[in-house]
Design a protein. Structure first.
Length: 102
């Protein structure tokens, strides 16, 4: 249970399963060109500062490894604690509503 519902303002919602072939096998990555195309559609550039998050940081670790170590994006970090930690800080802003680009 989260203290507050929502997401970090400015965050782009790219769920970790979108990097995989999906329900047939969540353990197999899509072709790297498909992942690159997804990132391009969401306007995530190779030189952008990227901080991957989820509820706790566990699921976002897949995206961290793919972005940093497979695709070679140099400025990628994992927010360990992610939304669980962020939402507990009452002074931090929260955005709500669905991401229309998902």
């Amino acid at each position: 249970m989260f203290i507050r519902n929502g997401h970090i303002p400015g965050a782009k919602n790219i769920p970790w399963p979108t990097f995989t072939i999906g329900e047939d096998n969540f353990h197999q990555l899509k072709a790297l060109d498909e992942i690159r195309a997804l990132l391009a559609r969401r306007q995530v550039g190779r030189n952008d500062e990227i901080i991957v998050t989820c509820s706790t940081g566990r699921e976002a670790s897949l995206q961290y490894v793919v972005l940093k170590h497979v695709l070679g994006y140099s400025n990628v970090r994992l927010y360990e604690g992610s939304w669980t930690e962020y939402s507990a800080q009452p002074d931090l802003p929260v955005a709500t509503g669905r991401d229309p680009n998902v």
